[in-house]
Structure formats: C-alpha cells, structure tokens
Design a protein. Structure first.
Length: 101
C-alpha cells in the first residue's frame, strides 16, 4: 500500500456508483499532483460552495462531502476570551493587556 493511504481507495469507472475516495493524506502524489491536499480543499465549505452542482454530485458519489463550518457560537467563544477569532493567542494577550490598562 502506498504511503499516506489509510485504506485502499476504490474509484469508480464512469457510470458506476458506490466508490469511495477517503483516507488519502496530503502528500500522496499521482502524476505529480498532491491528491490528498486537493481532497482536503474540496471538503472546505468555501471551496465546496464554488463547485458546480455536477462537481458536488460526483464528489458525493465518491463519499466526499463538505466539512461543517465552525458554528457562530464557537467564533463567539473565541471573541469572548479576548480574541477576534482570527488573531490567535498573541492577539488575545494584546487584547487583555489593552483591557487591563
């Protein structure tokens, strides 16, 4: 089995159904393309929403579905502890320092 593959990956021939495209880690190359990284991008909600309906259907047949976006509550929790949700621990520390002046 190739490095980076958790399980064999059956890929259907055109017209077949029931194939699975999972367990492929980033770094798995096919003809020089990192298909593991490509797969991760397809699962991102922002990328998924840009795909055509036909592309989404084809990926769904291969058991690829979009990941759930973080909930608004999760983002609100990050802000509540002093960050904006995108500035990380350093930004949170800066925010706390500003509040304590």
């Amino acid at each position: 089995m190739a490095a980076g593959l958790a399980t064999p990956v059956p890929v259907p021939v055109a017209g077949e159904t029931g194939g699975v495209l999972s367990g492929i880690a980033p770094g798995v190359l096919m003809d020089g393309d990192d298909i593991g990284r490509w797969l991760q991008r397809q699962e991102q909600p922002a990328t998924w929403s840009q795909l055509s309906t036909e592309q989404q259907e084809r990926l769904t047949v291969l058991s690829v579905k979009p990941l759930e976006a973080p909930s608004a509550a999760t983002a609100a929790e990050r802000v509540a502890v002093g960050g904006t949700g995108r500035d990380g621990p350093v930004g949170a520390a800066r925010s706390a320092a500003r509040r304590n002046r």
